[in-house]
Design a protein around this ligand. Sequence first.
Ligand SMILES: C[S@@+](CC[C@H](N)C(=O)[O-])C[C@H]1O[C@@H](n2cnc3c(N)ncnc32)[C@H](O)[C@@H]1O
Length: 269
Amino acid sequence: MLRFLFKNKLETTSNQPVSKSIIVDTHEIEPLYAYIEQYSGIALQKSKVLVQNHIIILCERNNISSFGELLRKIKQDEILFKTLVDSVTIHETYFFREKGQLEEALTQHKNSPALSILSAPCSSGEEAFSIAILALEMGITNFQVVGIDISGSIIQKAKNSSYTKRSIKFLPKALLEKYFTNSNDTYIVKKELYKYVTFLQCNLFDDKIYQIGMFDIIFSRNMFIYFNDEKKIQAYKRLESLKKNLDASIYLGHADISSKLSQYIRNRN
Ligand SMILES: C[S@@+](CC[C@H](N)C(=O)[O-])C[C@H]1O[C@@H](n2cnc3c(N)ncnc32)[C@H](O)[C@@H]1O
């Protein structure tokens, strides 16, 4: 059994040094990662030191002395589990990411009455607002976008709808001026966009997903990359059951599709 005692200093994201005295038993990593995967789909790699460091910081902050104790606690404490998933997930996103695909989907469905669109996952909201901007620019006004993400803190960011230069770098100036107010390089979405977009904290693997509605267009981009083949297929099945009718479509990101998943999709059609 390999046990490591971490007593060095780490830099946290807020640049607060954290001293650690966490016992990382290699035999405790596997069940912890398996539990995370079972409930969120996210497959963590044991070799990723950065991921382990994020977990160690979380343990330190919650007075937890080992990965085994953390596993016991997350089984009882849903908020701690969500905080853990949050700390090991990448939320990177930006406005107009893979814009061509968003436009293609909207063009295909633009004649649907009361168009309903799902952005799952939406991260901090850039994808959901991009869809709303593109729809309005195409003259579509009768639509609703629902954005969901497993992370409560990232959903709160989406609701705040306040973005940095990095997020808006691919937005043309004219659209930036039309849909945002700018204050000291912070770009805030104008209120008129809010009525088209709703954000909800929801895990795709939680059955609450079946209560969020049915959709004409489902975007699920850059999330399946964290799942293994079995979870990718499970996730896809869940999205399929959110299709409003036979004309509804699911759009994944280019990196999300594995050969097993595309085989599954081919066999369905
Ligand atoms: C890289 S972002 C993708 C955002 C956006 N779709 C895009 O392509 O820019 C991945 C997001 O997936 C979310 N996520 C991971 N597992 C999830 C799950 N089981 N249910 C819902 N969201 C999940 C993470 O919290 C993260 O914000």
